[in-house]
Design a protein around this ligand. Structure first.
Ligand SMILES: *Cc1c(COP(=O)(O)O)cnc(C)c1O
Length: 338
């Protein structure tokens, strides 16, 4: 197989036009309260408003709309039960394209049923998420469906990069962009888009301190695999792939700083977002706010924080609701999260 060129800024522009009818151009709302806490002007870009509740619909739409009719008839395959799987299922269904989701034997029955009710063919394969992804990649053979990788794909990266185009267009004064970081598709795309118009704008990634795979890989100088630990930021879990093709190098060259946040800081950020802006954020969507509130990042100048998703687990939503009814700053959150 010939190596494909990496994503270019032009790819991001093309992706934006392609996906525009299927996604929302999201607002970046000012946060006076966070601006006071951080000492810089902060805006929150609300990817929570996307159909399916996370930015992942941008990459999924970019990839699937890029397929010609022949490939579309063969369908698409992926291996996520989370935000990426939801986004792929949504776009495939909208375009009447068959979709298969490979899931590991660990995935609870309820999640399988939810995928099936969205019209997905579900294939149980492998003992872990990584193994399910391998099976999905194997299914996507020459005559089979196309793999829609959750992050390590040049077209998916271009789709996520459309967020960076919107930031550059609507808030050109932005000096820092703070981005939740897992496999790195989101920050690679945004970094490429933002730096191509404003090279001095700082691109800052935030991961949870529990099993931060990209950070560990950068420190090691090559992709490394970590044992997954439970986290409130479940959408940031998972490895970057030992055979990573694009995002490791892109993060190496495009990202200026990476901050890590603790579980309690993520929970506080989720509570803060709800109390202050009536904003429901999942853990992975709240890590940027968490890093600012905990002063793990000290941005100089106007800053845009990507609030990447709102699909929190029912048990976390209930805990959030209970917390709202009790006086602030009790010790309850810690107990509930153990
Ligand atoms: C997938 C996801 C991320 C991380 O994106 P990567 O491209 O894997 O770095 C961040 N936030 C949410 C809500 C996600 O679903």
């Amino acid at each position: 197989m010939r190596p494909e060129p990496p994503t270019s800024p032009a790819d991001i522009g093309e992706a934006w036009h392609r996906i525009a009818p299927y996604i929302r151009r999201t607002p970046a709302i000012p946060s006076p309260s966070l601006s006071r806490a951080a000492g810089s002007e902060i805006r929150l870009k609300l990817e929570t408003l996307q159909p399916t509740g996370s930015f992942k619909v941008r990459g999924a739409a970019a990839k699937i709309l890029d397929l010609d009719d022949r490939l579309r008839r063969r369908g698409v395959v992926t291996a996520s039960t989370g935000n990426h799987g939801k986004a792929v299922a949504y776009i495939a269904k909208t375009l009447a394209i068959p979709v298969t989701v490979c899931v590991s034997s660990q995935v609870p029955r309820g999640k399988l049923a939810a995928l099936e009710s969205m019209g997905c063919r579900v294939q149980v394969a492998g003992a872990s998420q990584a193994e399910a992804l391998e099976v999905a990649a194997a299914l996507a053979s020459d005559a089979g469906p196309t793999l829609v990788h959750p992050f390590d794909d040049r077209v998916v990266i271009a789709g996520q990069g459309t967020i960076g185009l919107e930031v550059a267009g609507e808030a050109p004064e932005t000096r820092n962009v703070i981005v939740p970081l897992s496999g790195g598709g989101l920050i690679s795309g945004i970094g490429l888009a933002v730096k191509s118009t404003s090279p001095s704008t700082r691109v800052i990634g935030v991961s949870m301190s529990r099993s931060a795979a990209m950070k560990a890989s950068l420190d090691a100088g090559h992709p490394v695999s970590l044992k997954e630990k439970p986290s409130l930021a479940d959408s940031l879990q998972g490895d970057i792939g030992v055979d990573n093709r694009y995002t490791f190098r892109m993060v190496q060259t495009l990202v200026d700083e990476i901050a890590l946040v603790e579980e309690e800081e993520i929970w506080k950020a989720m509570l803060w977002a709800y109390r202050t802006h009536g904003l429901v954020l999942e853990g992975g969507g709240a890590v940027g706010i968490a890093a600012l509130l905990a002063h793990r990042i000290e941005p100089a100048g106007p800053t845009t924080v990507i609030c990447s998703g709102r699909n929190l687990e029912a048990s976390h939503l209930e805990a959030l609701g209970r917390e709202m009814e009790s006086p602030p700053s009790g010790p309850r959150a810690d107990r509930q999260l153990s």
